[in-house]
Design a protein around this ligand. Sequence first.
Ligand code: IPM
Ligand code: MN
Length: 356
Amino acid sequence: MSNKTVAVIEGDDASPEAVKPVIELIDSLNLGIDWIYPPVGEPGEEKYGSTFPDEAKEMIDSADTTFFGSASSKATFALLHLRWGKQTYANVRPSKWIPGYHSNLADPSGIDFVIVRENLEDMYLMAEGDVEDLAPLNMISRLHKKKLEDLGKGKFAIKVITEERTKQVAKFAFELAQRRKCKGYQGKVTISSKYNMMPKSDGLFMEVAGEVGKDFPDIKCETILIDNLAHQFVVAPKSFDVVLLPNLYGDILSDECAGLVGGLGLAPSGNFGHDYAYFEPVHGTAPDIVGQNIINPTATLLSATMMLDYLGFKDEASRVEKAMAAVYAKGHVLTPDQGGRAKTTEFIDAVKQELR
Ligand code: IPM
Ligand code: MN
């Protein structure tokens, strides 16, 4: 296999403290990966006077994939490019409990599902404004029985669900369910939104995704209102396989689902487009623990294994996952968020030991 190039963006605050040791671990597998470092955030500012200069964009575009830490402020423009620039429309966020994860649930064993979050539209348009500017639309709130501009001084935000984007992300979710079914999973996609209150926009999401499901007769398809889904995640998390959600609900509920298995320190993600993908932990930059070498690198490490899988290193991905699982199963070297006292780098060293 020819060398793969991975663009690495270490991210803000405590994020580099997780990214650096993870890259070191993956590099020690000698897979012939070339790591390149686009000047994003501070390095970009220092060298090119911008937190996201063209040079950084070109490096991301030229790489086979990007490995991203987490962004608060400075690395945010890179994130925008990775999602909207590269059109990574499907955000895959697995929730899988493994023995040793410190979940607050009495019995988390068997939780093993994946959220597929539409990644580009819905409430993520950054199209907001003043309520009074809605006057030319001549729209009436069906509940307030008033023109929108007469609701009072305030702001609005636009939500758009399109057929095309819903179709592509739904197809992705059903194909993922098929691949999982081959590995012994249920073969089920749960589709959810608030289609009772937003019958047009969220209704369209259900309708289009349901239609796509008809092309996958081997996969069960169920629909559920989003508030009920939030409840079911807590009371019956083992019943899910693939869960397909519009962007904002997917954002919110993927944090909830990280909480089910033991916290945000454990939740990875992969963002897939037609010709690009990038990988990042679900969590933020943990500014409260910056400089302490205690950030849990599990989410970052699992994002790296998702990346290895994408790059074609499937055996190596599962080797790393097994090594990490062994560290959790033993439970001696865990970071504080998991009830341990280990440093980030000690945890990674323990995983390296298991790899030998
Ligand atoms: C996430 C984050 C982002 C989002 C932020 C940083 C814009 O919360 O990846 O879940 O809302 O999508
Ligand atoms: Mn989020």
